[in-house]
Design a protein. Structure first.
Length: 413
């Protein structure tokens, strides 16, 4: 194997829970209270009921292997300062096991912004810094004279589609009239800022339809966002980003376009309402710069033939949360004990190997025969017990720590 099998993307996210308190009869302890596994001093003993779950996950950059590695139960979102402690420890443990953490992916929550600020990360145009020192290895480190971009153009596409052949059949009223829920749907955003929408705007304008005379800038903006999203979401080897890929050019042009747009605001050529919000602009700038730098590092330093940028997003984490919500029944949010149990079950039912197994496979230590030998010994031992009609569980699992309460909870939830 080559060294690229070591590279991982580290991601984390939160899931809302219902407060609930259960009693563990084996240990006479409570399940449903805040629990950080002793990693945060101020949370060693807490009587607060949990309503959030923080999940850490890593995913490989060369295939579809993803693995949740830890879950923390908290009351409210975990503070940014506490996130720093947990992330540093997780990175050190992963690196110590032989894995290389190349990127950290998170959403734009306020606590995450605090965490990034603690790491010294900044998305400001004049002070852009999109990285922080790896705690394990310090070496890895619009023209204002043009027409406005108008949301009304998208609304007009929907209205005209009601009375004639639909140019953009996927666009519905839910795409145009947004509420707090629909604003969070990525599907709606990608369908609005899509190539088909840009073609639709061009078609209506060339047909001299009412309301589309000044839609050129909206069309160009739609195309730019569509190209940027596609470049950030490459999933298949045939479209992977290479050194001379057009996607790299698109990402660099998008970063330059964003800087020029903000520069016009600083120079007073446009008003504040004609630019993105501060948080959106800084987050987008960090994302673009981080993606460009990481892609170039993987191509030049790690000998990647291509990079699939979809490996750098949080889709795998959202899929994991979706599985948890589906298996928790008809409730909107699972209770804390249910979530912790489902987390263990889902982790066990996925192809799971230990960190030591990962380290051995990475270092090409061919010890598979040792595992096979142990399995054969266990099978012969169980066959012997069945033949002699001995059903004592202690005989089956002798010389193990399976009777330990922590092991019992991990296996049986």
């Amino acid at each position: 194997k080559i060294s690229t099998t070591k590279e991982r993307c580290f991601t984390f996210g939160r899931n809302l829970l219902r407060t609930s308190l259960d009693v563990k009869t084996r240990t006479l302890t409570y399940s449903g209270l805040e629990d950080f596994g002793g990693d945060i001093e101020s949370k060693f003993v807490s009587s607060e009921l949990t309503d959030h779950a923080l999940v850490f996950m890593f995913q490989r950059l060369v295939d579809n292997v993803t693995q949740p590695i830890s879950v923390f139960a908290s009351k409210g979102p975990v503070k940014g300062v506490d996130l720093v402690q947990l992330i540093i420890k997780a990175i050190i443990l992963l690196e110590d096991a032989g894995l290389q953490v190349m990127a950290l992916t998170c959403d734009g929550a306020s606590t995450n912004k605090t965490m990034l600020k603690q790491f010294g990360v900044s998305g400001k145009r004049a002070d852009l810094k999109n990285y922080f020192t790896n705690p394990y290895d310090g070496n890895r480190n619009l023209n204002p004279s043009n027409n406005f971009i108008k949301w009304d153009h998208y609304r007009q596409v929907l209205n005209d589609s009601k009375s004639m052949l639909k140019i953009c059949p996927k666009i519905t009223n839910y795409h145009i009239v947004l509420n707090n829920l629909t604003k969070m749907k990525v599907k709606y955003a990608t369908q609005i800022f899509s190539n088909s929408m840009a073609v639709g705007l061009q078609f209506y304008r060339t047909q001299n339809c009412n309301g589309f005379d000044d839609s050129l800038e909206t069309q160009l903006f739609t195309t730019k966002i569509n190209d940027m999203f596609d470049a950030m979401n490459r999933k298949f080897p045939a479209e992977g980003i290479r050194e001379n890929s057009k996607d790299l050019e698109i990402l660099n042009q998008s970063l330059e376009w964003l800087d020029q747009w903000e520069l016009m605001l600083d120079q007073g050529l446009i008003e504040e309402k004609e630019f993105l919000t501060k948080n959106t602009a800084e987050s987008l700038r960090r994302t673009l710069k981080s993606t460009i730098d990481l892609v170039m590092y993987l191509l030049k330093e790690c000998d990647f033939k291509y990079v699939l940028t979809s490996k750098l997003n949080q889709d795998s984490l959202e899929k994991f949360f979706g599985i948890i919500r589906q298996t928790s029944g008809p409730k909107d949010h699972p209770s804390t004990p249910n979530f912790l149990q489902l987390y263990r079950l889902d982790t066990d039912y996925t192809p799971l190997i230990t960190i030591q197994d990962l380290k051995n496979s990475i270092n090409e230590n061919d010890e598979s025969f040792v595992r096979e030998k142990k399995i054969l010994i266990l099978k012969s031992h169980i066959d012997e017990i069945i033949k002699e009609r001995k059903w004592d569980m202690d005989d089956v699992f002798r010389d193990t720590d399976f009777e330990d309460d922590r092991t019992f909870n991990c296996i049986f939830g």
